[in-house]
Design a protein around this ligand. Structure first.
Ligand code: UD1
Ligand code: CA
Length: 493
């Protein structure tokens, strides 16, 4: 028998979010809330985690499946009608109860909407449950404004009697500031028997999980409560405002973690780092930088303001100037990027290469030391080492039907404002004259010029100007009414 199983409640409607997305799929620091709760349950229990899905269950389940590598093992069960948190836990019965016995001595039950809850606190709760030899242990906290939470009702000696939801509470009970966080440890045998005894005799007509505390007390079972002193950690996200609050606190924690690890954040409050991002020592992040998804940044990099980097890998000593966007790009050591560069999926920049102002790359590799400094689009291209891509160069990779590749070998010089019409290959050391439209392969070391020859006509510009001034209308030829209008305006001014 396992010591501890985990149950994550993720089936609720999330009505207060006013969203078409299930509440637990709303993200905090780049991960849906359900990921944090499932991951927490997995780390704290013996490989026995049940996630209860319901409203929008297909979407939640598909997401969890896509994260199998980070969350395994877990099982999902469906709560097809949302009849309350107690009813939700009941759905885990078919996984956790075998021949009338629970597969775990105790169950850790987590609401799906408390993403700030830490492993440390829940470990303390598990210890508390064991030390107190309790049958039910509930996590509580003290709030100045407890509104929206279930209140912990204690007797005069301080023993927990029951939990009352705000809607069902008397005015006196509403004054209670100790609240239910929605995190419980419950002995397995008792849990499913107590759940069977729940009734919907409350304002919402639901089966409330917290009612098992009152049941335990009535049956003379040992009930314990552990209060945390960090109320923020206990935040339950029911509204978008609470979601933003969770996001802010998460961001603060993540920033603190990276500063502790040797990263400089010029302004932690405006630096957004997702929870799975990794950053090397002595990297400096300027204000308004967003590092998203599974981005990894090496050591001694400098990332300037207004830059967003998603799911990209960046080496050491890379300089990213202001206002760059990168998505699924791989950047090797000592590369310089931006300002205003756009690296789309499949971009790979080899050591010491450079991508400058208003350059867009897609599915393109730039070799070692290669430069594309100004105003270019390079798509589906493989560019060798020490190549110069002149300002305004464009790979014409799409003919309206399909995409084709451009291959540029080492040491090529592409003059400014050239168009390379794919599929096309430029041989090693070739020179493309500025303004060329290249439609055929260029052999190694060749010079390619493809533009109309320059024509000079001495004096032609001056003659054109003179001819123009002869045909321009003189004032005497103007229509009579325009003239009179001008006269009348002069008279009034
Ligand atoms: C719940 C507690 C309340 C506590 C608060 C802490 C109950 C009745 N009340 O209230 O005492 O102070 O959390 O944040 O439990 N869910 C299901 N199926 C359902 C209903 C809910 O899976 O039928 C899930 C939700 O997805 C959510 C969690 O259970 O993750 C809690 O539900 P929610 O409606 O947010 O409960 P609260 O009203 O916040
Ligand atoms: Ca809630």
């Amino acid at each position: 028998m396992a010591e501890l199983a985990g149950i994550v409640l993720a089936a609720g409607l999330g009505t207060r979010m006013k969203s078409s997305l299930p509440k637990v799929m709303h993200t905090v620091a780049g991960r849906p809330m359900v990921w944090y709760m499932t991951s927490l349950a997995r780390r704290l229990t013996d490989s026995l985690v049940v996630v209860v899905v319901g409203h929008g269950g297909e979407c939640v389940r598909a997401y969890l499946e896509s994260e199998r590598d980070t969350l395994t093992p877990f099982t999902t069960v469906v709560q097809s009608q949302q009849r309350g948190t107690g009813h939700a836990v009941r759905q885990a019965r078919r996984v956790l109860m075998v021949n009338g016995t629970c597969r775990a001595k105790a169950c850790l039950i987590l609401n799906g909407d408390t993403p700030l809850l830490t492993e440390q606190t829940v470990r303390a709760l598990i210890r508390h449950h064991r030390v107190k030899r309790a049958e039910v242990t509930v996590l509580t906290t003290i709030l100045d404004r407890p509104s929206g939470y279930g209140r912990i009702v204690r007797d005069k000696k301080g023993h927990v009697l029951r939990i009352v939801e705000e809607r069902d509470a008397t005015p006196e009970e509403r004054e209670i500031r100790e609240v239910n966080v929605g995190t419980y440890i419950v002995n397995g045998e008792f849990l499913f028997r107590a759940l069977a005894a729940l009734t919907p005799a409350n304002a919402q007509g639901e089966l409330y999980l917290p009612d098992i505390i009152g049941i335990a007390v009535r049956q003379g079972r040992r009930v314990a409560a552990m209060a945390t002193n960090d109320p923020l950690e206990c935040l339950g996200v029911n509204t978008r405002e609470q979601l933003a609050c969770a996001e802010r606190e998460f961001r603060r924690r993540i920033a603190a973690r990276w500063m502790e690890a040797g990263v400089t954040l010029r302004d932690p409050a405006t630096t957004y780092i997702d929870s799975d991002v990794h950053i090397g020592r002595d990297t400096i992040l300027y204000p308004q930088v967003m590092l998203e998804g599974r981005t990894r940044i090496g050591e001694e990099c400098v990332i300037r303001s207004h830059t967003r980097i998603t799911d990209s890998i960046i080496g050491n000593r890379v300089a990213v100037q202001d206002s760059c966007v990168m998505n699924e790009a791989i950047i090797e050591d000592e590369v310089t990027i931006g300002p205003f560069a756009h690296l789309r999926p499949g971009s790979r920049l080899r050591v010491r290469s450079r991508v400058g102002n208003f350059v867009e790359l897609k599915h393109t590799e730039l070799g070692e030391g290669t430069k594309a400094n100004h105003l270019s689009y390079l798509g589906d291209a493989i560019v060798g080492r020490e190549v110069n891509i002149g300002a305004g160069t464009i790979t014409c990779n799409f003919d309206g039907f399909r995409k084709d590749r451009t291959v540029i070998d080492d040491h090529v010089f592409v003059g400014s404002d050239s168009q390379l019409v794919a599929p096309v290959t430029i041989g090693r050391g070739a020179l493309i004259a500025a303004g060329s439209t290249v439609t055929q392969d260029v052999p190694a070391d060749a010079l390619c010029i493809s533009r109309a020859p320059q024509v000079i006509r001495p004096g032609a510009a001056a003659r054109r100007r003179a001819a123009r001034s002869r045909v321009a209308p003189s004032k005497s030829q103007e229509k009579p009414e325009r003239k009179s209008l001008r006269r009348s305006r002069r008279a009034t001014s």
